[in-house]
Design a protein around this ligand. Structure first.
Ligand SMILES: [Zn+2]
Length: 121
């Protein structure tokens, strides 16, 4: 992969990162001690605890947010890892076999670690 192509993927990754962070901000917030860790919004747990239905609703909302946060956080980790690979000059290379990852695959998923034919997990 040449430098120009790598730059294009870098732009895509940075845009993806911004999108993920925007989505995360809508369902959670950064941990004040560790900005890389996101916490799900509680949806205002300070509701009147006497109202069981409302408490149940809020709990459900929190659990929903929590699942979304985990999912987005994992995607964000992959995007960050891909940006690190760009810095190191190992971007676009299958981490298992060292062969180049197909361009189509990177177009569809710029943070891909493995080639299509060898999706090692
Ligand atoms: Zn491979």
């Amino acid at each position: 992969m040449n430098k120009k192509e790598t730059e294009q993927f870098k732009k895509k990754l940075i845009a993806e990162k911004a999108e993920l962070e925007a989505e995360l901000s809508s369902v959670g917030q950064r941990n004040s001690n560790n900005p890389n860790v996101w916490e799900a919004n509680t949806g205002g747990m300070e509701v009147d605890a006497a109202d069981e239905n409302e408490v149940a609703d809020k709990l459900e909302e929190y659990e929903g947010n929590s699942g979304i946060v985990t999912q987005l956080e994992n995607q964000l980790i992959e995007v960050d890892a891909a940006l690190t690979r760009i810095e190191k000059g190992t971007y676009g290379i299958c981490e298992k076999c060292g062969k180049p990852i197909e361009k189509d695959r990177l177009e569809a998923s710029p943070s891909a670690r493995f080639a299509i034919k060898h999706p090692h997990k």
